[in-house]
Design a protein. Structure first.
Length: 242
């Protein structure tokens, strides 16, 4: 494969990975607490290639990273909806251990437990589920203290991490600890807002613009591949004539 075609093919692969990532962002533009994924590009150089050979450098997506910037808080008026203003996560009991989320769109299960939309129990500071009485008025204060008609129920477990690099996405808006060296700590400097939910930090308009840009790059790279193939064909034809 000639250098032009090889470079273009590597670029096409990177753009395809970007399209998958952007499509997922757009699909979750209306998912509460969703954090967008971004790509980090680099150049791959084969070990046997010399530093002076620019054609040996291939564009690749070295890794993808999650943008943890805060989304806009949206008023819902639902007392079971809560949002976090600042850094931190709600802790919930997942199927295989604790999970962390920014999506505070909670609901009341039939057995009185406070759960996520997926049915995972929301944790209090002791790591156990909340059990509420559905007929009583619910109040959630700025520090996460939960009361019903003045009776203390508990306090939301709000977790934070020294580095979000040790977190891995699970589903659309959950995170789990992937690096055992990273352990959750009590979140500080975060405020709980009742009756609000955090919107996704990526918008449909932003995603659509980026998708169009990547598609145009993809088309240009396809033309480069076609040009490289045509040049190789003509070169072989000229050699055959000689």
């Amino acid at each position: 494969m000639d250098p032009l075609t090889a470079l273009a093919a590597s670029g096409l692969r990177a753009r395809m990975e970007s399209l998958d990532l952007l499509a997922n962002n757009v699909a979750n533009a209306s998912t509460g607490g969703f954090k967008a994924d971004r790509e980090f590009y680099s150049l791959y150089v084969a070990p046997e290639a010399g530093d002076s050979d620019p054609a040996a450098s291939m564009p690749v997506i070295e890794r993808q990273w999650t943008d943890h910037s805060q989304g806009v808080l949206r008023n819902t008026g639902n007392p079971l909806d809560v949002a976090l203003e600042g850094t931190g996560f709600f802790a919930v009991n997942g199927p295989a251990g604790p999970l962390y989320t920014r999506n505070g769109s909670f609901r009341l299960a039939a057995d009185g437990r406070l759960t996520t939309q997926d049915g995972d129990a929301v944790r209090n500071r002791q790591g156990t589920p909340f059990v509420l009485v559905g007929t009583r008025t619910l109040q959630i204060s700025a520090d996460g203290t939960v009361t019903q008609d003045g009776t203390l129920i508990g306090q939301l477990e709000l977790a934070d991490f020294s580095s979000t690099a040790g977190l891995t996405k699970q589903g659309a808006n959950y995170f789990r600890v992937a690096d055992p060296k990273i352990q959750p700590a009590a979140a500080t400097g975060v405020t709980v807002a009742q009756g609000q939910v955090e919107s996704s930090n990526t918008g449909a308009a932003e995603g659509a613009v980026r998708l169009v840009s990547v598609l145009r790059q993809f088309e240009m790279l396809q033309k480069a591949v076609s040009l490289g193939a045509e040049m190789s064909k003509r070169g072989m034809e000229e050699v055959a004539k000689v």
